[in-house]
Design a protein around this ligand. Structure first.
Ligand SMILES: NC(=O)c1ccc[n+]([C@@H]2O[C@H](COP(=O)([O-])OP(=O)(O)OC[C@H]3O[C@@H](n4cnc5c(N)ncnc54)[C@H](O)[C@@H]3O)[C@@H](O)[C@H]2O)c1
Ligand SMILES: [Zn+2]
Ligand SMILES: [Zn+2]
Length: 361
């Protein structure tokens, strides 16, 4: 049996995100059908809409989601109907070269559902990050379902499914922020502020937030920033050095992903420090740096895919931190909206008005 459900689709480059009916198959071998409870609006959905990720329209948007497993296909043992889950886009395969090296956080063969969801006329949809959760129901690989505590607010913990995990993980996994470190975060949207919250969780003592919007800097203070810099008014490299005894921060996280912010991160970092790129650049962007500076400043230049997370390890741990009061995920939920308000949420994101708009189904 297939299911007709309401979902948010983008038909072609820059077309509005609109609610339409899609067809979701029953789960086949290894798959899970999930009733979506909540799904956050991530900047990556906007990248999809604008053609920044691929040209495989129509896209079924949404990927930062919580749901309840409706049914599982043959051979699925890890989850069952009724389980509360956060969806992930790293269903580790266990067999690829990364997994075999014991580095499953880089898994190169993450699984998605094999069957396709379609429009009513049979046109196959490309689900954002292999999820597609601005929908009443979605079909994923069972490994994309991470079982979590059903008591936690789904709108808050669902954000761990993408951007908030990416930000926290950029700090605690990729950047390896340690107690007493100085950290600077450039770009304080959901991802950047999550990197700030992650740095605080890891025990960083100087946490510098940089943005071009004072509203974001205010929010950053509430989640752990000890200092804020508006980079339209103040040179962020000089300011970060000034706040770190003239040296630069141990770890600088670029949560924007543009050549100019990357250069700021590169030069605002202490000698032998770490730069983490977690913002996603677009295909037209290039970076030019003096190679002597790359050598002379030492340290490591890393990129963070999904915060180098292992969903089965990190999601339950962070839900637990949330429930213990160590991680304020509620603060990321700026507004709760309906499916037909996703397009409006993109405009609000663009205007800088929200950290996260979360669709409740
Ligand atoms: N690496 C990953 O796995 C991963 C996962 C999720 C999202 N992302 C990416 O992270 C980035 C941020 O996502 P988000 O949801 O937080 O976006 P967002 O739009 O909510 O936030 C972006 C923030 O950057 C600020 N900004 C823009 N230009 C700036 C500049 N020049 N200097 C300083 N600040 C600037 C904006 O004011 C805003 O506060 C996006 O590129 C998104 O695609 C990456
Ligand atoms: Zn793998
Ligand atoms: Zn995302």
């Amino acid at each position: 049996m297939a299911h007709s459900v309401k979902a948010v689709v983008v038909m072609e480059k820059d077309a509005p995100a609109s609610v339409t009916t899609i067809i979701v198959p029953d789960p086949g071998p290894g798959e899970a059908l999930v009733d979506i409870l909540t799904c956050g609006v991530c900047h990556t959905d906007l990248h999809y809409k604008q053609g920044g990720i691929s040209d495989d329209y129509p896209f079924l948007l949404g990927h930062e989601a919580t749901g309840v497993v409706n049914a599982v296909g043959p051979g699925v043992t890890e989850v069952k109907a009724g389980d509360r889950v956060i969806l992930n886009w790293r269903a580790v395969c266990g067999e690829c070269r990364a997994c075999r090296r014991g580095e499953a956080q880089y898994c190169f063969n993450t699984h998605n559902a094999t069957q396709k969801m379609t429009l009513e006329d049979g046109t196959e949809l490309s689900p954002a990050l292999g999820i597609g959760a601005f929908a009443e129901k979605t079909l994923v690989d069972a490994g994309q379902c991470t079982k979590v505590d059903p008591e936690a607010d789904p709108a808050a913990v669902g954000l761990l499914g993408c951007g908030i995990m990416a930000g926290i993980g950029a700090a605690i996994n990729t950047g390896n922020v340690r107690r007493g470190d100085s950290v600077a975060v450039i770009g304080c949207g959901g991802v950047g502020i999550a990197a700030i919250a992650g740095s605080k969780l890891a025990g960083a003592t100087t946490i510098i937030a940089v943005d071009i919007d004072d509203r974001k800097l205010e929010l950053a203070k509430g989640l752990g920033a000890t200092h804020t810099i508006n980079s339209t008014e103040t040179d962020p490299v000089e300011a970060i050095r000034g706040l770190t005894d003239g040296n630069g921060a141990n770890v600088v996280i670029d949560a924007v992903g543009r050549p100019e912010t990357y250069k700021q991160a590169f030069y605002a970092r202490d000698l032998a420090g770490t730069v983490v790129l977690v913002g996603v650049p677009t295909p037209d962007m290039t970076l030019e740096l003096p190679l002597l500076d790359v050598f002379g400043r030492g340290g490591s230049l890393k990129s963070s895919w999904y915060g180098d997370c292992l969903p089965s390890r990190d999601f339950p741990m962070l839900v637990s931190q949330y429930r213990q009061g160590n991680l304020n995920l509620d603060a990321f939920v700026t507004e709760r909206i309906t499916l037909d308000q996703v397009e409006e949420a993109f405009h609000k994101m663009h205007d800088g008005a929200v950290l996260r708009s979360v669709v409740e189904l």
